[in-house]
Design a protein around this ligand. Structure first.
Ligand SMILES: C[S@@+](CC[C@H](N)C(=O)[O-])C[C@H]1O[C@@H](n2cnc3c(N)ncnc32)[C@H](O)[C@@H]1O
Length: 302
């Protein structure tokens, strides 16, 4: 056996080692590694028995799954807001997520309160002409991708008996017109699913919707990771333009919802202040001043 490297018994552990308590673990792993013959075997075992399980556990514990927030958002609005609401999905394609959104509304007993609106050209993606839709590695969006059938999705909804589902076939420029926007003021959106891939399509949607979204509305960006989430392209570009270039006005921003986003950066709250701001009708308003907590002891226990 070779001599123990000095860092294994380093009498002066780094701040990180002290803080994370990793010193003992590192020492154990170093000793285990030295018992295994050869770099190849050590590497294979490390990757299979340490790195992969660590990644699986991390993903299982903290990884974002895009359906979970749907239930949380619906529960939040059902309990805190008065009156009818809507959920909007931009880019339904063949209805994979539509089925999940509609079932969430049903599962929570909100079919009479929450109307679902699905939007799609059903012709597939339009041509990606904006430079903001160009992939860094040539992985551009392909025109006509995700072509789908409206009849298929409507048949699914009829078979399931969903009476709260409405579909708006056509390009968003045409389907998000003044009449529908006026209607959305009376059934304010609580969740807007932006699964239409393109910067240009998402921009059309948010420019049209901005005047009917109340502050606090949840926006889900399915394609934010395009080009590593760079602010130069895709939906991340649009968020940057809204927050840093005033695209929707200096009174409007999108705030990352860290609780709903988990380890992603996909979920934002629409925030507008001042004269143009819209608000949901709250179910409860505080009428008595909050009381200060009485003094306890100094331990961390509450
Ligand atoms: C990735 S797919 C949607 C996937 C779907 N949400 C699912 O869960 O399977 C993107 C969809 O956005 C639609 N789309 C993109 N831009 C559009 C636009 N400007 N107008 C209408 N539809 C558009 C496309 O037709 C396509 O079906």
């Amino acid at each position: 056996m070779t001599a123990r490297p000095s860092w294994v018994d380093d009498p002066h552990p780094s701040i990180d080692e002290q803080r994370l308590g990793t010193r003992g673990l590192r020492r154990g792993l170093a000793l285990l590694g030295r018992l295994l013959p050869g770099e190849w075997l050590r590497t294979v075992l490390w990757r299979g028995l340490v790195a992969k399980p660590r990644k699986v556990l991390r993903r299982a514990a903290t990884g974002f799954y895009r359906i979970d927030h749907v239930y949380e958002v619906l529960e939040e609005f059902a309990s805190e807001v008065e009156g009818p609401l809507s959920v909007l999905e931009f880019g339904t394609a063949q209805g994979y997520a539509t089925a999940k959104l509609l079932y969430a509304i049903r599962h929570l007993g909100l079919e009479d309160r929450v109307c679902y609106h699905g939007f799609d050209s059903f012709e597939g993606l339009p041509a990606a002409v904006d430079p903001e839709d160009r992939g860094f590695r040539g992985n551009d969006w392909i025109e006509g991708s995700y072509r789908a059938s409206l009849a298929g999705i409507e048949a699914y909804c009829a078979a399931k008996g969903y009476r709260n589902a409405r579909f708006h076939p056509g390009y968003f420029e045409a389907t998000l017109g003044p009449e529908l926007l006026a209607e959305l003021r009376t059934t304010p959106p609580c969740l807007v699913w932006l699964d239409c891939d393109l910067y240009s399509s998402t921009r059309t949607v948010l420019e049209r919707l901005a005047d009917v979204l109340p502050t606090g509305c949840v926006l889900y960006f399915d394609d934010i990771d395009f080009n590593y989430g760079s602010r130069f392209t895709g939906q991340a570009r649009l968020i940057h333009e809204i927050n840093h270039e005033g695209l929707l006005g200096s009174d409007t921003e999108l705030v990352l919802d860290r609780e709903l986003s988990w380890d992603s950066a996909r979920i934002y709250r629409f925030v507008r202040v001042g004269e143009r701001a819209l608000a949901y009708r709250p179910r409860f308003t505080r009428t008595v001043p909050a009381e200060a907590r009485p003094i306890g002891d100094g331990s961390p226990f509450p």
